[in-house]
Design a protein around this ligand. Structure first.
Ligand code: TYD
Length: 672
């Protein structure tokens, strides 16, 4: 409202910037308080009571939102928002200050509970204020920035807590004093926030309402809708499970870190690692796995987090646990962005808000229940020593809780994966490998069970492919195989017209992309009409040139992206790949000089073009050596022929059907 230039960010709107600073400070204080309060509660108790003390803090933090959430929303609408926020911040300041001063566990609970109740009034007041400070078109950006600072402040708080613990470890002697320092700082953040908001004269008095419906009502209303589609069902199961596992980790982290010999500083580091991992996962996964199915990724991320959790529970080494925690966070982060995106993409507009509200309410309930249950589970398990060879493995309550969380995450991840899978029947490993290469895996067309063998000859001009292909075919036929020899371009009626177009020197101005598509079109027809039918009846197909020619000529030669051409051709051929590709490698000047006939359109390309093509073929072979045979084509013809036969023999099917083996095994076998 103070600026008109929409190119400048929302933070250039001064009142919003102030509110954002206040919000960031409060969030930072909130996260710091979780660490400080659990640490303090732990230091105020001894033995297994510590589990309950810490669980209690978390329960007390979560409970008010469930009970008073709707009430606070209604009240926030009735009072002046600026006053509400300022009073709330002053109350939070005083309450946090009182916790270390009183220094008793019961007051810690009461004060924490009250802080949360007060926060319930602060949040709707803030939510309702943002639209008053930011023009409508920049509201989304403003919400994004708010979200970033709400969660982004967590690792900062964790780092601060670690540093404070280290510093105060030198100055103070007890854990309690160390936690207290964090609480004092935390208190101050709220005071600063109060002052900042107080100076915000721009916050208008009343207009517009925020309504906060009851958590229970949202869950009941959401339930019916959620049952209706497998996607949302899978998403719900996944989110609930992930948060249950997350709750287990949060509830037990402090005790576990202590059992591993870590202090408050280590606790802070582990806590922070969750968020570092989350940020990295959220950032990297969508970029690395750009073409991978989002629905599959969701379940996999949760399973991944579960596996990380198993390792956390089993490997009792603080440094490794901290690193694994980042991995756990990455899994959670990926599941979160993917889930968020899926709701955005696949849930229809009118239901989206409801779906989110439902999921968020459910998450709260689940978190509360697990956090409350954790100390009881840990207590019930007790302490065990397991001897593995020479080492003694400690299996205590925390290990059990973590393992349980891990099992839940893995199961739930699997369920979500199965419910949501949109690429049923496609092997995951291939799908994943293709995505890592930045491609989409296109399965071979269903219903085609090829039984034959598919061999391709590739190479530059004049390498002798045609001769070798012919010799190989003769040799194979001699052994009784059904052999089809063919070539590209131009082995079908349609292909012949394309070939004329492609190789005629009269064809001028054909763009590199058009050329690629024409070769792909010829190939699509070739596969459909010649290659696939032959393979299906069990023949051996020997082709002179196939997809690799396009990758080498149009990719390396014309300098188009090889990846794109591979994609087009995968689609054109339905993913049909040769069992073996024989590359006849020859320096381009040797090959080009072998010609008697006048050069065609492609042959008349300059030397450098043909050199690039040659390097292109070699690079393809090097990337997948098991699928290629590269032969130096400068050798005598007989040597080349023999090398080809040796390699082809290894992949030939048994000319006698396997089922007939028992009957024929007594007969002498004649081989050459
Ligand atoms: P052809 O006379 O069959 O070549 P050769 O006798 O060398 O095998 O003509 C095919 C020409 O087309 C050749 O110069 C290579 C080129 N070509 C491509 O550029 N891309 C392709 O995908 C294919 C199949 C061929």
């Amino acid at each position: 409202m103070t600026r008109t230039g929409s190119s400048s960010g929302v933070l250039s709107i001064k009142p919003f910037r102030r509110l954002w600073i206040a919000l960031s400070l409060s969030s930072f204080g909130d996260w710091l308080s979780i660490l400080a309060l659990t640490a303090l509660a732990g230091s105020l108790t001894k033995g297994s009571a510590e589990n309950y003390a810490i669980g209690g803090v978390l329960v007390v933090k979560l409970l008010p939102a469930l009970v008073f959430g709707p009430l606070a929303g209604a009240v926030a609408d009735r009072f002046d928002r600026r006053t509400t926020m300022v009073i709330a911040d002053i109350l939070r300041f005083s309450l946090f200050l009182s916790i270390p001063i009183v220094g008793r566990l019961d007051w810690l609970y009461v004060a924490t509970f009250l802080v949360e109740v007060v926060t319930l009034f602060w949040i709707p007041a803030k939510e309702a204020t943002v639209p008053n400070l930011v023009p409508k078109d920049r509201l989304e950006r403003a919400n994004q920035i708010s979200l970033i600072s709400t969660y982004g402040s967590a690792p900062v708080a964790a780092a601060t807590f670690s540093v404070l613990a280290l510093i105060s470890g030198v100055v103070f002697s007890t854990h309690r004093q160390q936690a207290n320092l964090a609480l004092y700082i935390n208190a101050v953040t709220f005071l600063v926030s109060a002052v900042t908001i107080f100076s915000l004269r721009e916050i208008p008095r009343q207009d517009g309402k925020v309504s906060v419906p009851s958590v229970l009502k949202q869950i009941v209303a959401g339930w019916r809708f959620v049952g209706s589609t497998p996607m949302v069902r899978g998403l719900t199961v996944g989110i609930v499970g992930a948060f249950a596992a997350g709750g287990a980790v949060i509830g037990i982290a402090k005790v576990y870190v202590k059992a591993l010999g870590g202090g408050d500083a280590a606790y802070g580091v582990v806590f922070g690692m969750v968020f570092v991992g989350m940020a990295v996962g959220m950032f990297l996964a969508p970029r690395i796995l750009k073409d991978f199915s989002r629905r599959r990724l969701f379940g996999l991320a949760i399973i991944g987090a579960g596996v990380a959790l198993v390792l956390i529970a089993v490997i009792e080494n603080l440094v490794i646990v901290a690193l694994l925690t980042a991995l756990l966070g990455a899994g959670a982060g990926i599941a979160w962005v993917v889930g968020y995106t899926l709701v955005g993409l696949e849930v229809e507009d009118s239901l989206r808000g409801r779906t989110w509200a439902f999921l968020q309410s459910l998450v709260r309930v689940v978190l509360l229940l697990t956090v409350a249950a954790v100390p009881f589970i840990a207590g019930a398990v007790g302490e065990h020593r397991i001897k593995v060879a020479d080492a003694v493995y400690h299996f205590d309550g925390p290990n059990a809780v973590l393992l349980l969380g891990a099992v839940v995450a893995v199961i739930v991840g699997l369920l979500a994966y199965r419910q949501m899978d949109d690429r049923k029947g496609i092997p995951l490993s291939r799908d994943l490998m293709a995505a890592l290469r930045g491609e989409e895996y296109v399965p071979e067309e269903p219903g085609h069970g090829e039984r034959g063998v598919f061999l391709a000859f590739e190479g530059g001009e004049g390498a002798g492919k045609t001769t070798q292909a012919r010799l190989l075919a003769i040799w194979l036929r001699d052994q009784g195989f059904d052999v089809v020899t063919t070539r590209e371009p131009g082995s079908t009626k349609i292909g012949m017209r394309l070939r004329a177009l492609l190789l005629d020197k009269e064809t001028s101005g054909l763009s590199a992309r058009a050329e690629t598509m024409l070769y792909a079109a010829d190939r699509a027809q070739h596969v459909a009409e010649v290659i696939r039918p032959a393979l299906e009846r069990g023949a051996i197909v020997v082709t002179d040139r196939y997809v690799d020619s396009s990758l080498a000529y149009q990719g390396a030669g014309r300098e188009l992206k090889v990846k794109d051409i591979a994609e087009v051709n995968r689609w054109a051929t339905g993913g049909l790949t040769p069992d073996l590709t024989i590359v006849l490698d020859v320096p381009s000047e040797v090959g080009l000089n072998r010609f008697a006939s006048p050069a065609d359109r492609i042959e008349s390309e300059p030397r450098e073009f043909h050199e690039r093509v040659r390097r292109g073929f070699r690079a393809l072979a090097e990337a997948e050596p098991h699928r290629y045979l590269v032969i130096d084509a400068a050798q005598p013809q007989e040597d080349i022929t023999r090398q080809i036969r040796d390699r082809v023999r290894a992949i030939l099917p048994d000319p006698v059907p396997a089922t007939a083996e028992a009957v024929t095994s007594t007969m002498p076998v004649i081989t050459d």
